[in-house]
Design a protein around this ligand. Structure first.
Ligand code: ADP
Ligand code: ASP
Ligand code: MG
Length: 412
């Protein structure tokens, strides 16, 4: 039997009624002759609640216990989905990550999947089971502890299962009907894309478009998984949604494919550090040891042997960053006069593989922002993207102005 992977995100399983609706979709595919692997997220809001409880209990929590708590939302929906399917006379069974087992690294709260043995589930399919419901987002470490794959990780569970089982397709059911030129909640003129290239989706995801977890796109690209994003709220044809595919499968595209943003950023500046070889290694080594995910980095011009070092990181890691710098300073690894944190910034990025062959995108982006009176604080670029850090209060304005200027509401 051909295998299909269907993943339902939090809003798609937010209530018993929605679980029933999703189960009906699964029933349709079973009737077509597929063995289906259903990956479920926790009910909408559940994971946030669990994360909140952990933070309230222990601000600098032990990541192993974070995972023990935060993974639990998916256990509930997996069981409920299996029960709902059984009520519809569809033979179904649920699996938690450790039961499969989804083997991961031991990097708690952001573990990577290393292996998914298929025998267990394949054996059940051979005995007549039609649907394996798997709790997304979770796995088990070599030490036998529960791990989670980072926020949005059920997407990655889904793609990893599709690759492991050689699934015909991996369908990601969510609360929008596909991948748009930008988040339709921020720009109402955002346009749904029929197709998007893996590399563009990878950039958009890593720059903040949470419609797919970055790692899921990486895996789909590596294992050539046919990945589709579609709405769980509408009747669907086989052509619905957005197909994430190789760029050679896309006929036409705009130079800029989409705009991504990341709201909760912080800009930190270490004032007056010694300008000597090894200083960057000392600073960023200490930040990395302290669990800080540094994104953009700027080293300013040196004067009299001293310089300022600026970086950006998620705003909820500012405390960790301060702690790491204080520790490094106390142990004499670095010395500085001041650490300034600007906690009110956001990152806006334009992405498109067309930038490889078209010049002028950066200039246009900066001009558009300047026309709106928006000051750019940090800039980074790569072959197919340009990112700027700006005041958070201008984020929506920047996204809308750029969407207009690059005419993303129109097909090229
Ligand atoms: P799920 O719970 O199904 O995993 P998510 O909330 O993780 O859903 O992702 C879907 C959301 O991603 C949408 O509701 C939308 O607001 C947001 N989003 C951000 N960027 C985009 C984009 N370019 N296209 C579509 N949705 C996007
Ligand atoms: N429930 C997890 C989260 O909210 C995983 C997921 O939904 O993909 O991050
Ligand atoms: Mg998600």
């Amino acid at each position: 039997m051909p295998v299909l992977v269907m993943k339902f995100g939090g809003t798609s399983v937010a209530t018993l009624d929605r679980i029933r609706r999703a189960a009906k979709r699964v029933g349709v595919e079973v009737a077509k002759g597929y063995d289906v692997i259903v990956i479920v997220s926790a009910m909408a809001g559940k994971t946030n609640e669990l994360v909140g409880w952990v933070g309230e209990t222990s601000p600098l929590y032990d990541a192993r216990e974070y995972d023990a708590v935060v993974s639990s939302g998916e256990n509930i929906t997996a069981g409920l989905m299996a029960l709902t399917l059984q009520e519809m006379d569809v033979p179904a069974r649920s699996w938690q990550g450790w039961q499969v087992p989804v083997k991961t690294t031991s990097a708690h709260s952001s573990a990577r999947i290393e292996e998914i043995p298929t025998e267990n589930i394949t054996g059940r399919f051979a005995q007549g089971m039609k649907v394996a419901v798997v709790a997304g987002f979770q796995g088990v470490s070599p030490e036998g502890r529960i791990t989670t794959l980072g926020r949005g990780g059920s997407d990655t569970t889904a793609v990893a299962f599709a690759a492991a089982f050689g699934a015909e397709r991996c369908d990601i059911y969510t609360d929008v009907d596909g991948v748009y030129t930008t988040d339709p909640r921020v720009e109402s003129k955002a346009r749904k894309l029929d197709r998007i290239a893996f590399e563009e989706m990878l950039e958009l995801a890593s720059l903040g478009a949470k419609v797919l977890q970055t790692r899921s796109v990486e895996l789909a690209m590596r294992y050539k998984v046919k990945l589709r994003v579609l709405s769980s709220f509408e009747e669907q044809s086989d052509e619905a949604g957005t197909l994430v595919c190789g760029e050679e499968e896309i006929m036409e595209s705009n130079v800029v494919a989409g705009i991504a943003f990341s709201r909760d950023e912080a800009k930190m500046t270490l004032v007056s550090v010694a300008d000597r070889p090894g200083i960057a290694a000392s600073i960023f080594g200490a930040l990395s040891d302290g669990g800080v995910n540094v994104d953009m980095i700027v080293q300013n011009i040196a004067e009299e042997g001293r310089t300022d070092m600026t970086w950006s990181c998620p705003v909820d890691q500012v405390k960790r960053a301060k702690l790491a710098m204080d520790k490094a300073s106390a142990s004499g690894v670095i010395n500085f006069s001041e650490l300034i944190a600007d906690e009110d910034v956001a990152k806006v990025s334009v992405v498109g593989i067309g930038m490889r062959s078209h010049t002028g995108v950066a200039a246009k982006m900066f001009k558009v922002l300047s026309a709106e009176g928006i000051n750019i604080k940090v800039i980074t670029t790569s072959e197919i993207k340009i990112s700027v850090l700006i005041d958070r209060k201008y984020m929506e304005l920047a996204v809308q102005a750029l969407h207009d200027a690059f005419e993303l509401d129109k097909v090229a």
